[in-house]
Design a protein around this ligand. Structure first.
Ligand SMILES: [Zn+2]
Length: 248
């Protein structure tokens, strides 16, 4: 069991958390801080980690957090090295705050990419093979031999229709065996998960898409707004890439 309460997986809308410093490491590279609770997403599944700040209650000192990641099973916050070298200490009571504008843009982008996957799978039977995103835009790769400019236009139109339907987005955590019994999950990388993982987290855009996923998402597709396809390219005979961005 991790010592860290990883709140982003239960509540993607949590921007600020009271926490206590567990460990500080500054031997080499940027200072690293482990807290007993955090709202930070450590990155993964194509979604970059959050940025933000740590504020110490006792004296109001703040440190900028430039990234987070998972290290030794725990979420670790990577600080911008402060000019005066002062770091938080184990035991300090702090507040950890996300750069919320950035995180919320990532949530909207991530859900938009799942809507894209859902449409491409439902309407064309094409499997997703990978993806990546920045706040406000991203790309998905598909096994999609017959993709063309006309199809991409149709896909953009259909994705926007689906987003406007105000579909709820649900997070579920299922026992591994139950997750593997869901036919829709087979098209994602659930079968590549290490055998030791006993629970599978899924993201469902109700009525459109269901995937095993560790990221943070908006609660309803209406929060995404719309998308625009900004490009597509062939990565081989079968593998195709679609790029998109959010439009308000
Ligand atoms: Zn995802």
């Amino acid at each position: 069991m991790t010592r860290v309460d990883e709140l982003c997986y239960r509540d993607a809308y949590l921007r600020s958390v009271a926490a206590r410093v567990l460990d500080v490491a500054a031997a080499e590279g940027p200072p690293l801080v482990v807290l007993d609770a955090t709202a930070f997403y450590p990155g993964g599944g194509g979604q970059p980690s959050d940025r933000g700040a740590i504020l110490r209650g006792a004296d109001g000192r703040t440190w900028s957090v430039r990234a987070a990641r998972r290290s030794g099973g725990e979420i670790v916050h990577e600080l911008d090295p402060p000019d005066d070298g002062e770091l938080p200490s184990a035991g300090d009571a702090v507040t950890v705050d996300l750069d919320w504008a950035r995180r919320y843009a990532l949530m909207r982008t991530h859900t938009a990419l799942h809507a894209l996957c859902g449409v491409v799978w439902r309407d064309y039977g094409a499997l997703v093979t990978g993806g990546n995103m920045e706040p406000g835009g991203g790309r998905m790769d598909f096994e999609f031999e017959r993709m063309s400019g006309d199809l991409v236009d149709a896909i953009e139109h259909t994705v926007n229709d689906e987003l406007r339907r105000a579909r709820d987005v649900r997070v579920n955590v299922l026992p591994r065996a139950e997750a593997f019994a869901i036919p829709d999950l087979i098209r994602t990388k659930v079968n590549l998960l290490p055998p030791g993982i006993e629970e599978i987290r899924t993201i469902e855009i109700v009525g459109l898409d269901l995937q095993a996923d560790g990221g943070t998402h908006v609660a309803n597709t209406r929060e995404v707004g719309g998308i625009r396809v900004t490009g597509y390219e062939s990565k081989g005979r079968i593998n195709k890439r679609i790029r998109m961005e959010l439009v308000d």
